[in-house]
Ligand binder design. Structure first.
Ligand SMILES: C=C(O[C@H]1C=CC=C(C(=O)O)[C@@H]1O)C(=O)O
Length: 409
């Protein structure tokens, strides 16, 4: 079901500068907020002025584009801030698999933002439910296997690697899920606080129950300028500084990881080139060091040739080979066949878009779906012909730690 803002009467949208609100997450009055935060900056939102459950299928991004146009065109905007993320904003999550249900767009009733030393508040309509509920601890967390046990998943990784060696495909990203159960309902604000504190380099996000801290920026559009941070190739952190350094150097020198990274970069290049008048990809990846893992990372920048919105760019890019594989269509089939689960929003695009088409979208990694006392967590990795199933499992376990920390503190 979708409720379009302004379909019956135009709704007033007002953006005004505000004093620095301090920690954006602490300002959130409700337990199921919208958020996109990195280094303390970004957007948080609450309430629902409009919401769309996007129908699955190949036309989902076109459907979303039309819905957003109706919503944004139906708004009476008074915006004295005029910055990306001011005026009406929609948060969104798209499922990894276009055939899965669960893609959602929401225009919150209130959005509080901080960027480059400026802060602003956008409100929609005149009724605002702002009863502040105190932060609640979920208590003890217990874990169970999702669709596959760890040994079953290792077996599936070995099968995928064999198929790659036999030439069916070049790379596939395989994931698994873990089921977490808490003693008390999970307060997403608490997870966001922990994620933002421990993973400041990542984008802490919350949209329609999908929560996480992703290091991977799919695309940022600011006017005609675009940016992306492509990640693929990972090693868990070492036991101390010397081990860490050695692991980082080994990652940079690893043929397997460099090949895995090259697949991801070339999928991004192929998707962006037709949309851009200029596009720059680095010759060599660098290391991105996070508290749980180190990644091979490439910062891509470009300039859009025409007026494509950030969502148009998302539609062209998803799924990159950082979460799908090479070639894409074969990888998607192998993922459907071998994983034995629906990824839902995990590894799909998550982020926000404003009425000018600017916005930031990440790939929903290091994430989980939170509902009441339960959370379904996801993690995976790129599989190549010479992948070692035990090493891939260790890598996935290191990636799970992000959400386990968010739940347990
Ligand atoms: C699939 C995941 O990570 C992707 C992003 C960065 C590095 C990856 C890797 O090295 O395998 C994956 O491609 C995940 O975090 O679940």
């Amino acid at each position: 079901m979708s409720v379009a803002l302004g379909t019956t009467r135009p709704l007033p949208v007002r953006t005004t500068p505000v004093r620095d609100p301090g920690n954006l997450i602490v300002s959130l009055p409700m337990t199921a907020p919208y958020a996109w935060i990195r280094h303390g900056e970004g957007l948080v939102g609450w309430g629902e002025a409009a919401r769309a459950d996007v129908p699955p299928g190949p036309g989902r991004f076109a459907w979303a584009r039309e819905w957003l146009a109706t919503v944004f065109d139906g708004a009476l905007v008074d915006d004295s801030v005029r910055s990306p993320g001011s005026g009406p904003v929609a948060f969104g999550t798209f499922t990894f698999d276009e055939n899965s249900p669960g893609s959602t767009l929401v225009v919150p009733q209130a959005v509080l933002a901080r960027k480059d030393g400026r802060a602003w508040l956008t409100t929609i309509g005149d009724q605002h439910l702002e009863t502040f509920t105190p932060l609640a601890d979920p208590g003890r967390i217990s874990y169970g296997d999702g669709s596959l046990t760890a040994p079953e998943w290792e077996h599936v990784v070995a099968r995928a690697a064999r198929r790659i060696r036999q030439g069916e495909l070049e790379k596939v990203v395989l994931a698994r899920d873990l089921l977490a159960t808490a003693e008390q309902p999970i307060d997403i604000r608490l997870l966001l606080l922990r994620l933002a504190r421990r993973y400041p380099e990542c984008y802490a996000f919350s949209v329609a129950g999908l929560v996480g801290a992703t290091p991977e920026l799919l695309i940022r559009r600011t006017g005609q300028e675009i940016e992306s941070l492509v990640l693929a190739g990972t090693t868990p952190r070492g036991t101390g500084p010397a081990d860490d350094l050695a692991r980082g150097e080994a990652l940079l020198a690893s043929t397997k990881d460099r090949h895995e990274h090259e697949c991801a970069i070339s999928s991004v290049r192929q998707a962006l080139a037709p949309l851009c008048s200029s596009l720059r990809t680095p010759d060599e990846p660098e290391l991105l060091v996070l508290p749980n893992v180190q990644h091979l990372a490439s910062h891509v920048t470009g300039r859009l040739a025409d007026g494509a919105s950030v969502l148009d760019v998302v539609a062209a890019m998803h799924p990159t080979a950082a979460v799908g594989g090479t070639p894409t269509a074969t990888a998607i089939e192998v993922i459907r066949e071998l994983e034995g689960m629906d990824r839902a929003g995990y590894a799909g695009p998550v982020g926000w878009i404003d009425a000018h088409g600017d916005g930031e979208w990440g790939i929903a990694l290091r994430s989980g779906i939170v509902e009441g006392r339960r959370a379904r967590l996801f993690a995976g990795g790129g599989i190549m012909g010479d992948s070692d199933p035990a090493a891939e499992l260790a890598e996935a376990q290191a990636k799970f730690r992000v959400m386990q920390y968010a739940l347990e503190g």
